[in-house]
Design a protein around this ligand. Structure first.
Ligand code: SF4
Length: 436
């Protein structure tokens, strides 16, 4: 078996944990079920024995330096047909060395992957697939208009769509968890959201309670636990303490991400701190906050995330950090407005403001590690989301820019950005700061 990584996967793959993720995937592990505490031992076993148990069954010879290759000088697996900058090639061989299978896969952001064929089909699609949801939407304008026509909030509209998809999935395969098997599709969607929220909470608690230096060689010390202690004991009376807590929650999650433990990809791992930080802010600091508000928050944030995924990109390798922390900020801003009981128009406005002030943000992590600037950047993104939500809810006269316009601008700006600034660690902070 060989795996070849190209483009930003090759340039920042080790810092992003791509090598570890691929080996665990080959062993049949999945992100939502793996026990992160066993990873180091399993990786050590592969490295010391030179054997990898494919799908946890079939032993194959595997020497990392020989079989997992980083092509830092080559941007695309197929240079004659440049496609997405996060490309990898998997090849399988028989014992006599003959190649029996090969597949090029693209990691297109937010944990989504596409085969080369799927990627090309998506790029060249001319015939529209029949909608599988009751309220299909392609743009924010369409989303607002359909919601108005049917007297729905954005959250309710998305809940109806997700319920239809869940019902379809349940026909094809039974519910994933025993405990949800008796539930209706809508109840399963809600239970799934609450499970995601619970995973985020667990991650935040771990991040707030784990001290030490993050792996990777940059010697970045975890700061969230110390900052949280200081907030609890020293500055509780500060009127801006809630904002400090938001920063700490976001940093706690991102320090967990940098440590390679379990986070919820929202919309990406590098930007995983923003969405939980705002959910924590809502629950802890907003009077009357409740579970219904949390559901509105996540459903509305998801609707906004879909707009970016469908019309632009959530891949730092494709559009820079505006597509990661920028999108997370926009999702959280709109979601917060919904949780607070704002209108659909205020949701759209908040999401627009949040992205407008993330436009042009590059991705230049030092040493390819998702630590500097990523951890603090999540804190900044979360605070900015609250600011955007408050601005939109105080506004009474509409606004000039639409969310659709700012999404299109983000995408175009990302495409215009030199690849050195898009998750390659070849420019910006990564170039100008000496690793120590
Ligand atoms: S700079 Fe932003 S996009 Fe790049 S790795 Fe860090 S969080 Fe992700």
């Amino acid at each position: 078996m060989t795996i070849d990584l190209y483009g930003s996967l090759a340039l920042t793959g080790r810092g992003h944990g791509t090598d570890r993720a691929i080996l665990m995937g080959l062993m049949g592990e999945a992100p939502d079920t793996i026990d992160p505490t066993v990873m180091d031992a399993e990786l050590a076993a592969i490295r010391s024995t030179g054997t990898l148990y494919l799908l946890d069954r079939e032993p194959i010879p595997f020497t990392e330096a020989e079989h997992l290759r980083f092509h830092r000088e080559q941007m695309y697996p197929t240079p004659e047909r440049p496609t997405h900058p996060n490309g990898m090639r998997f090849a399988a061989f028989l014992a006599d060395g003959s190649r029996i299978a090969e597949e090029v896969i693209y990691s297109v952001g937010g944990g989504f992957i596409l085969s080369e064929k799927e990627f090309e089909q998506q790029q060249n699609a001319t015939v529209e697939a029949a909608p599988r949801v009751p309220y299909p939407f392609k743009s924010a304008a369409e989303l607002l208009s359909i919601a108005q026509e049917h007297h729905l909030t954005i959250g309710d509209l998305l809940l109806a769509n997700e319920t239809a998809l869940m019902a379809e999935t349940s026909i094809r395969r039974p519910p994933l968890h025993e405990k949800t098997s008796h539930m209706s599709p809508q109840e399963q969607v809600k239970a799934g959201i609450l499970e995601i929220w619970k995973t985020m909470q667990d991650c935040t608690v771990r991040g707030l309670n784990t001290e030490g230096v993050l792996p990777g060689g940059l010697n970045v010390r975890r700061r969230a636990p110390r900052l949280a202690r200081r907030l609890e004991h020293e500055v509780a009376a500060d009127p801006l303490a809630p904002m400090d807590w938001v920063t700490v929650y976001a940093m706690a999650v991102n320090e967990e991400n940098a440590a390679g433990t379990r986070v919820v990809t929202a919309p990406t791992n590098g930007a995983a701190g923003v969405i939980p930080a705002i959910a924590h802010y809502y629950i802890r600091f907003i009077a009357g906050a409740n579970q219904e508000g949390i559901l509105r928050y996540f459903l509305t944030a998801a609707a906004i995330g879909i707009l970016y995924k469908e019309n632009a990109s959530i891949s730092g390798a494709e559009v820079g950090c505006q597509g990661e922390v920028g999108v997370a900020c926009s999702m959280a801003a709109g979601g917060l407005v919904a949780a607070l009981g704002g209108t659909n128009e205020q949701v759209e406005h908040a999401a627009e403001i949040a992205m407008e002030h993330n436009l042009g943000m590059t991705c230049d992590p030092i040493g390819g590690l998702v630590q500097i600037p990523c951890i603090e950047r999540n804190g900044m993104g979360a605070v900015k989301a609250i600011n955007a939500a408050r601005m939109s809810m105080h506004e009474t006269e509409g606004h000039k820019l639409s969310l659709d316009q700012v999404i299109a601008t983000m995408y175009q700006t990302g495409l215009d950005m030199q690849s050195r600034y898009k998750e390659t660690s070849l420019a910006g902070l990564a170039l100008n700061i000496i690793e120590c």
